[in-house]
Design a protein around this ligand. Structure first.
Ligand code: BT5
Length: 287
């Protein structure tokens, strides 16, 4: 496959497709930044709810638990700054809100890939079983109050197999690799923000029903045997690109039963014991 020349992102094109009231009404765009999530954290006190940060390249893109996120140009590296007046315990649901929004946007723009598009709970977007995107939800809390939520979305648009380090080449992919096409990034960004705003406003009204319906419909996990790796107390900050959740955590086998009312994963361990897990420090592999 030949790579198509990379075009620079046009903010006016994004605006053209944008139908939101809040999200993306202010867009701050960079050619290069360490991480749009890190930059959003630095600016969170000065920027309004719904501000979006975009960067062509990230030099220190981050995944969960200190993992690296490969972030060359031509893809979508985006962070939305949110300021919900909610307790911190409600915030992990926003990962599901964002995953659902990304799926709705992709389904809308590329109906032909809809049935191959999945969410691997809690934050991986899969196409043909390979990871094409991920969500990183972080928050800033002060005096027991959520000051800001930093909602990062990464979506591989144009990456080729050789762009990925060998250790993740069989697990990761891009829209281009899986479909042979490069969609308009502007249209995709606007579509993600349109869907995200719709689901976010519902979330603020305590209504996650649509998010959960999408997450259940798209789940790569429900009904499957899974391996859970619990990293709590054992941060992996080697900075190496490892297989999602490889070392050091406590490992247990389980079956994924359903999503709970806040997007948590309801599981049954091998010994029959049931549990509900929130996204925080757990990673998961399909068996
Ligand atoms: C994630 O973490 O999937 C969250 C990714 C969030 C990225 C966005 S981009 C905009 C914003 N700014 C940031 O700095 N981050 C957010 P996790 O589930 O921990 O997955 C990380 C793992 O995915 C790595 O350890 C690799 O195995 C793999 N990986 C790294 N880069 C990848 C890529 N571009 N595509 C697919 N897999 C990747």
């Amino acid at each position: 496959m030949k790579r198509v020349a990379m075009e620079t992102l046009s903010l006016s094109k994004i605006n053209y497709f944008l139908k939101t009231k809040t999200l993306g009404q202010k867009i701050i765009s960079f050619t290069t930044v360490d991480s749009t999530n890190s930059e959003a954290k630095r600016r969170s006190a000065d920027e309004p709810e719904g501000a979006v940060l975009l960067s062509e390249v990230q030099t220190a893109g981050r995944g969960r638990l200190g993992r690296q996120w490969l972030s060359p140009g031509g893809n979508i590296w985006l962070t939305v700054l949110l300021k919900p007046e909610l307790p911190a315990t409600k915030i992990p649901s926003l990962t599901s809100v964002a995953a659902a929004a990304v799926c709705l946007a992709l389904e809308q723009l590329r109906p032909s890939i809809a049935d191959r598009l999945q969410i691997k709970w809690p934050n991986d977007i899969l196409l043909n079983g390979r990871k094409i995107g991920g969500i990183l939800t972080e928050m800033q809390v002060s005096a027991a109050k959520v000051q800001a939520v930093i909602l990062g979305i990464g979506l591989n648009v144009n990456l080729k197999a050789e762009d990925f380090p060998e250790e993740i080449r069989s697990l990761a992919s891009s829209i281009y690799l899986e479909t042979g096409e490069i969609p308009s990034r502007e249209q995709l960004i606007a579509s993600i923000l349109n869907s995200l705003e719709h689901l976010y406003f519902k979330f603020l009204e305590d209504d996650l029903s649509e998010t959960l319906a999408v997450c259940r419909r798209k789940s790569a996990v429900l009904g499957r045997k899974i391996i859970l790796i619990d990293h709590s107390g054992k941060p992996t900050s080697s900075g190496k690109l490892d297989r999602s959740g490889s070392p050091s955590g406590q490992i247990r086998e389980a079956e994924a039963l359903d999503l709970g009312s806040n997007g948590e994963l309801l599981i049954r361990y091998e010994n029959g014991e049931k549990a509900s897990i929130i996204s925080g420090e757990i990673s998961l592999r399909l068996q």
